[in-house]
Design a protein. Structure first.
Length: 494
């Protein structure tokens, strides 16, 4: 493989050449190494042992206010890749309605590395399979109809250069784990309980995170017990009541009804043909009451150990902490340099002072778009789960999604969950089957009445967030505490 310093010299030479030809901005991302592995045990059998390796260059050129992109896995074709990106930009500039600019930034020479003790790719395949088989054996029971244990592992090294003069090296590592068990209930319907490997927000995120029992493996016995309780449990009856979301469900609520609607490219209409738009518009910022005063939502959140922590985005902007929602009021969006420029031009005023550092691409052959980083509900001061239950008159506690339906502009939602526990007069009583809840996004968040403390907060990992055309599957994290919402429609009408 060509030495990275030699690659860098060739990249910088081509950036200068394209800029001298009339471009407004140029950047290049070289994926020196992009490794991925997925191991799946299904009913104790090895059903998936998939590995992948990619390496290549992606180039963006901004010309006449329009983007052009090209990519190649052939390092010998670097000049052709830059020329193709420039030609694509020149063609697009004939059609652009709102010419965009990246502005200028001080050059950055830096590196970022995810904290890792042992790379998952330095662990022998047999050792990884033995670990997964140990969990599978603990899940195995005669009455359990199906079981699955999965590990999804990623490791990539990316070099970034741009016409600002920046060079940034990133070493990213992600480790995901998932276990699921299923059985038939007394009505012959399939019930399930699952567990995802989560992060405490600190520490390291190599293979050692997967093997920490409290983060994953030790939950096998718990989900077995809860599944057995579900099989003969009554169904949740339709009605309005309080809903207490555990992080296993709360992270998806945040993901679908805060994260996606606050991606600035979606607000500007760029997702309409694929995944819908957003009920938020440019006049909403600084004015819209998104939720109650207990709702504080951050981007990044200073989290050391999360899939949404990456140091610098794919514009070369440093990842930063900022509030998206402050005491219920919408303050900011998930954004990139170009989308901030376009938004301010469309609005005819300064809506956003700076990029939110959210430009991300999932591979060298995909162009960066506005993506979630770590979108988090900040911990509150309403105590533990038991404290919140003790202050709840009539409600349910729910965990882990089974289904979700989201309005085209994220204005309303309907979620099904794996399990519910009934709460009556401050006490958790019985398990309930097939729980669902629904609501209008703003009405729902305005009903937020309790936010758990730091002891209830954890980072749920997401390894399959899809967005964009062509689709890009991205990895992100959501730090969420236990949260309670009041007067929520729950269950289904008979």
């Amino acid at each position: 493989m060509e030495d990275i310093s030699a690659v860098g010299k060739r990249v910088r030479k081509n950036i200068s050449r394209i800029m001298e030809g009339g471009a407004g901005y140029v950047d290049a991302r070289f994926f020196a190494s992009d490794r991925e592995e997925q191991l799946v045990l299904y009913d104790g059998n090895l059903e998936g042992n998939d590995t992948g390796y990619e390496s290549g260059l992606g180039v963006r050129v901004l010309w006449g206010g329009a983007w052009g992109f090209a990519a190649t896995s052939d390092s010998g074709d670097m000049q052709g890749c830059f020329d193709a990106a420039a030609e694509n930009a020149r063609t697009a500039s004939r059609l652009v309605k709102v010419p965009i600019s990246m502005g200028t930034r001080e050059p950055v020479e830096d590196s970022y590395a995810a904290p890792v003790e042992t790379s998952p790719f330095d662990v022998a395949l047999g050792d990884k399979l033995d670990f997964l088989r140990g969990i599978d054996q603990e899940l195995s029971e005669d009455w359990i109809l199906r079981r699955m244990v999965m590990a999804h592992l990623q490791d990539r090294t990316v070099h970034f250069w741009n016409s600002d003069g920046s060079h940034i090296e990133k070493r990213l590592c992600n480790v995901f784990g998932h276990m699921v068990i299923m059985a038939l209930d007394e009505d012959g319907r399939m019930q399930r309980r699952s567990m995802l490997l989560y992060s405490p927000g600190d520490g390291t995120r190599g293979w050692e995170m997967m093997t920490r029992p409290e983060l994953f493996g030790s939950h096998a016995g718990r989900i077995k017990q809860e599944l057995s309780q579900l099989l003969g449990a009554p169904e949740l009856e339709y009605g309005r009541r309080s809903v207490i979301l555990l992080p296993g469900q709360g992270h998806l609520q945040v993901h679908e009804t805060i994260g996606h609607p606050l991606e600035l490219d979606r607000i500007l209409g760029y997702e309409l043909s694929y995944a819908g738009g957003s009920f938020v518009d440019l006049d909403s910022f600084g004015k819209l009451r998104y939720g109650s005063e207990k709702l504080n939502v951050s981007s990044y959140g200073g989290i050391v150990n999360a899939p949404g922590s990456f140091g610098y985005d794919d514009d070369g902007t440093p990842e930063r902490d900022y509030l998206l929602i402050e005491k219920g009021i919408l303050r900011n969006a998930l954004s990139s340099r170009a989308m901030v420029d376009e938004a301010n031009k469309r609005a005819g005023r300064t809506v956003f002072e700076d990029s939110g550092g959210a430009a991300r691409a999932t591979a060298f052959y995909r162009a960066p778009i506005d993506r979630m980083t770590n979108v988090n509900i900040e911990p509150g001061d309403d105590g533990t789960l038991e404290d919140i239950i003790a202050e709840t008159e009539d409600g349910i506690v729910v965990d882990n999604p089974t289904s979700w339906s989201i309005g085209s502009n994220r204005e309303h939602f309907h979620f099904g969950c794996e399990i519910a526990w009934e709460v009556k007069e401050g006490r958790r009583t019985r398990v309930l089957r097939n729980p669902t809840y629904q609501g209008h996004t703003l009405e729902f968040y305005r009903s937020l009445s309790a936010v758990g403390d730091r002891s209830t907060w954890r980072v749920e990992q997401v390894n399959n967030c899809g967005k964009g055309e062509p689709n890009q599957v991205m990895q992100i994290g959501h730090g969420v505490p236990v949260v309670r919402f009041d007067d929520v429609i729950t269950g289904e009408r008979g």
